[in-house]
Ligand binder design. Structure first.
Ligand SMILES: *Cc1c(COP(=O)(O)O)cnc(C)c1O
Length: 228
């Protein structure tokens, strides 16, 4: 049995090898440890091992953990699951990032509800890059409109894009998908000063995503073990 610290170390090594292979700087890709369904004791172990970036999918569960671990004040908490409008206040009050932004209404509510004593909420717009009915996110052609709404909101900082590419694609389809994302990201990165995050890449496609400009990969099971 490997410890959480050992599994985290393997994930870091995997990312380093992928950035080396892509001729990118080693610190250009961050690791988001996805702790959904896992107990705070697991998060504490990862924290002890030096990790600071954690992702949660469910608002209520995430907020409970954030409150329980509030003495670990340098954790950066990322919301990566769908957000209903009756949950925006909790998200605005407790999270540091929202990667799953895909509606103007949610953006406006988060902006209104972000407490004045906190820095702006970092946001990524989620893009449904393979047009899957089962996935959240906007189609790429709606991106300009949503960017235009989110960018000026004073209590949000638009940091980039997040996507969950389709599972089990063949190499050609994966290449096409990741290239599309890379291109979309590049377009806005040159125009918007804080736009520096492309959150793509999970257990199966870390290497391919890093080849295509990912700046943040999201890994859960390989660090914390299988979910029930
Ligand atoms: C659960 C989840 C992950 C991590 O998935 P694993 O298969 O556990 O590595 C990454 N991104 C999102 C959006 C998720 O919901």
């Amino acid at each position: 049995m490997q410890t959480i610290a050992e599994r985290l170390q393997s994930a870091y090594v995997r990312i380093e090898q992928a950035t080396d292979n892509a001729h990118r700087p080693r610190n250009s890709v961050k690791l988001l440890a996805v702790s959904k369904t896992k107990p705070v004791s697991d998060i504490s172990q990862a924290y002890e091992a030096g990790h600071r970036l954690f992702g949660e999918n469910y608002v209520q569960e995430g907020v409970e953990k954030i409150i329980q671990l509030q003495q670990l004040s340098d954790i950066e908490w990322h919301m990566i699951g769908p957000i209903q409008s009756n949950k925006t206040k909790l998200v605005a009050e407790h999270f540091d990032w929202v990667q799953s932004l895909d509606r103007a209404k949610i953006a406006r509510r988060l902006n209104e509800q972000r407490p004045a004593n906190l820095p702006p909420l970092n946001c990524c717009i989620q893009v449904n890059i393979n047009d899957e009915a089962s996935k959240s996110g906007i189609p790429p052609n709606q991106l300009p409109e949503l960017v235009e709404i989110v960018e000026p909101l004073p209590h949000l900082t638009l940091r980039g894009l997040m996507a969950i590419p389709k599972a089990n694609m063949d190499a050609v389809e994966q290449e096409t998908t990741l290239s599309m994302l890379e291109e979309l990201f590049g377009e806005y990165r040159t125009k918007l000063s804080n736009f520096d995050t492309l959150s793509v890449g999970m257990s199966d496609d870390v290497e391919a995503a890093i080849q295509h400009g990912s700046t943040m990969v999201r890994i859960g099971t390989a660090i914390f073990g299988a979910r029930n």
